[in-house]
Design a protein around this ligand. Structure first.
Ligand code: GLN
Length: 305
């Protein structure tokens, strides 16, 4: 941890002063109210040591980082059958793109683009009695943190403005790959995206992807070793949409971003690190978040390659 701590402090100070060419997401009106100068980092190691700097204890909207959690729960329910509904190929397209769905007969390229996450939410609706409450319970159990919650304002704000997601869900339904009511699927999807967490909480909740022996407080395993390996593989190849190659190239860790400006990255067997800086680059990924992680893995030689 000592080595990580020093590097994090040093890279944080360095990146804080870099001119941020990004922009805060405002297509979800409620997200535009965030203070763009927020900048926080938190690392949790496999032996549960934690270290954070800056705004690492402020809650923010995790948005698409939640797609790891919805995928995990759906994978638990369906195992390999899940891949009949959603593929595991990088899309090379923006996160909210409709483009490939027609040629692919309504089967999304992967679970981390919106189309894929919407299908995953549909799968979960078919398994959960009280989807929003049950999913929240699942997140609280993994993180051993009962303070986790949705941000209703953000969810409702996206419900009023999420026209592309409405289009995606209806289009996929026309191919038969959405089984439940479109409005219910979208309502659940918007709430999962509105989950709020701090960097510290994010670096803790994903420990199950670094530690093969991870057991929850209730004594449950989250994923098998093989499943956890596969979730990491999809994060590496698809976690940053049409910038997934760039993230692997510059940072070299499995990761996932969200339009709230959060990024989570996993070093299997070592640590989980979370970064938050709300201004996004043109691909919808946190500008400073990516820069921080690039410098961090370079200085600590902790890329997986
Ligand atoms: N809720 C957002 C949306 O559907 C999530 C997108 C993201 O974080 N990349 O547009």
């Amino acid at each position: 941890m000592k080595n990580y701590k020093e590097v994090i402090e040093c890279v944080y100070a360095d990146v804080k002063n870099v001119t941020d060419t990004g922009k805060v997401a405002d297509y979800i009106p409620e997200l535009a109210f965030v203070d763009p100068t927020n900048f926080g980092i938190s690392i949790t190691t496999i032996d549960k040591q934690n270290f954070g700097v800056g705004d690492f204890e402020k809650k923010f909207s995790i948005q698409s980082v939640s797609k790891i959690l919805t995928l995990t729960l759906a994978y638990k329910f369906e195992d390999a059958k899940l891949w009949d509904r959603v593929d595991v190929e990088p899309s090379g397209n923006p996160f909210n793109s409709l483009l490939q769905l027609e040629a692919d007969f309504g089967k999304p390229r992967n679970p981390f683009i919106n189309a894929g996450a919407i299908v995953i939410c549909d799968v979960l609706l078919s398994h959960l009695k009280n989807p929003k409450a049950d999913f929240l319970d699942f997140c609280r159990e993994i993180s051993n943190n009962t303070s986790l919650n949705y941000n209703v304002k953000v969810a409702e704000s996206e419900k009023k403005s999420g026209f592309r997601n409405v289009a995606l869900c209806n289009f996929i339904k026309s191919f038969g790959n959405i089984k439940n009511d479109v409005e219910e699927v979208l309502d659940f999807y918007f709430y999962t995206c509105s989950l709020e967490m701090t960097c510290k909480e994010l670096s803790e909740i994903f420990l199950f992807l670094t530690d093969d022996n991870f057991i929850t407080i209730k004594g449950n395993r989250i994923l098998t070793m093989s499943q956890a390996k596969r979730v990491n593989a999809i994060m590496l190849t698809c976690g940053f949409y049409d910038e997934s190659g760039e993230f692997a190239f510059r940072v070299g860790l499995p990761g996932k971003s969200g339009v709230g400006g959060g990024i989570v990255a996993i070093h299997p067997d070592q640590f989980c690190i979370a970064v938050w800086s709300p201004k996004l680059n043109k691909k919808g990924n946190s500008f400073k978040g990516m820069l921080f992680l690039e410098k961090f893995t370079t200085k600590t030689a902790s890329s997986i390659f």
